[in-house]
Design a protein around this ligand. Sequence first.
Ligand code: ATP
Ligand code: MG
Length: 573
Amino acid sequence: MTANDSAPSAHFIKKIIEDDLETNKYDGRVMTRFPPEPNGYLHIGHAKSICLNFGLAKEYRGLCNLRFDDTNPTKEEVEYVESIKEDVRWLGFDWDDRLYYASDYFEQLYQYAMQLIKANKAYVDSLSAEEIKEYRGTLTEPGKESPHRNRPVEENLDLFERMRAGEFEDGTYVLRAKIDMASGNLNMRDPVMYRILHAEHHRTGDKWCLYPLYDWAHGLSDSIEGITHSICTLEFEDHRPLYDWFLEQLKVYQPQQIEFARLNLTHTVMSKRKLLRLVQDDHVSGWDDPRMPTISGLRRRGYTPESIREFCERIGVARKDSVVDIKLLEYCIREDLNKHAPRVLGVLRPLRLIIDNYPEDQVEELEAINNPEDPSMGTRMVPCSRVLYIEREDFREDAPKKWFRLAPGREVRLRYGYYITCVDVVKDDKTGEVLELRCTYDPETRGGWSQDGRKVRGTLHWVSAAHAIDAEVRFYDHLFLKSNPEEVADGVDFQSNINPNSLEILKSCKLEPSLAQATPGSRYQFERLGYFSVDTDSSEEKLVFNRTVSLRDTWAKIEKKQQAEVGRIGHRA
Ligand code: ATP
Ligand code: MG
């Protein structure tokens, strides 16, 4: 586990804010923002940023804005805007009336640009995109000045106005900041501020054919909103001088940009561009496929907002890039569901079991505990009858000595029920497949305890066949085989690492009848099996569950040890 298990500590951003509060740098204000580009659904990396920005605002009695960085009309959609709002709210954060769009500031940004042109700090360039790239130079070589760099101010103003008016085609002109083509920082070599793009914007329609670039729009949006601490990921560190330069030239209010390390998770890709490819290439059913690291995918899988917030707290905030083990995320949901999810009985791979001495028409209601971790969750009644289903895996015909589950002649406990003993095995004549088990029960062991002190080691989950409800259960594995999906051979990309077996569907599971009313989103522990949540594909006719996460690791370890033993002994026998 990569994260520290200790209580939340004061990370470096908190220290900066506390110092600023002490020196009264922003009149005691703390104002942050979460600035997603609406070009995809949010992922768990964004959750880190959301928890950080909204969390800091809350902790220091400040405010956090939600601002859409919608400066690229060709890749942005209303669907994404809506999903982002839903996800932020679901995570438990609220922007109140502070929902902003960079596009709200297009007019103001335009006026600021005119101001820079008038101050001879920006110019209209006629170089093509390729030429601009060529002229920019490299890390070791200075760039070359554009032949249009010294266009007179009047001409720049005229051209820029006509760019806005739609007189020119895409790519004919750009507006560039006039900074320093020899700067050691490539971002400072006359960066492009505006490009011509005749494209329909999801909010401004066809009002603009001139769109601002990220660096120009972002700092000014922060400034306009009075942001104090503009928190972003490390790759923007080299953009900070440009962020500051624009605001200094315009002599406007100046927030400070602070960078932190982005979240990376094992077995996961985390860029919207790559996630979009998984969707487009049909590797997943959509952005909310339960295998996706998106917030909507995790939600559908059965994750709770609390577990994601806890995860973000545990991974901490640092300035050094690292990769977090996906097991930590699974640990967080497991801990949460262990405490809060009701426990139920469900059988994934059913095997019929008939209790020969159980009265034909009898149905008993047995009391079952909803969650031993939380007695306030109470109990429920589970019907028992003559014909039951147990898990196929819980029976072995040629069981070794240390097999504590069911086998011919062996006695086990039915959870909340009786002791039963297997007396016969009915098999398919041709295939040898076990069709059903014949058992007897000891009526004196109701509740799972024998009066004579006779002990059994194994306790099985089960459901009454006549009362069971059918369900489909979907099991998920990591989307990528390798811990680092980007580790690929020459000529192929991350998609070559896709796990071909990340989805397994069991279609004839049998669940206890209390689950008949289960609605999408509700979460359960199926005893001895793991944590499951009702999928949005569920309908009146068909109940569909997702396996959210396996049971605790310790259980898995015990099981593994037991299996290894059984395997060894079985082999010898
Ligand atoms: P992606 O590469 O996935 O498209 P992005 O940074 O381009 O991510 P934005 O919509 O611009 O996505 O991100 C909104 C905010 O979320 C930004 O402040 C960004 O720094 C932050 N963010 C994005 N990915 C991560 C991550 N993996 N860990 C932490 N913060 C992130
Ligand atoms: Mg981006």
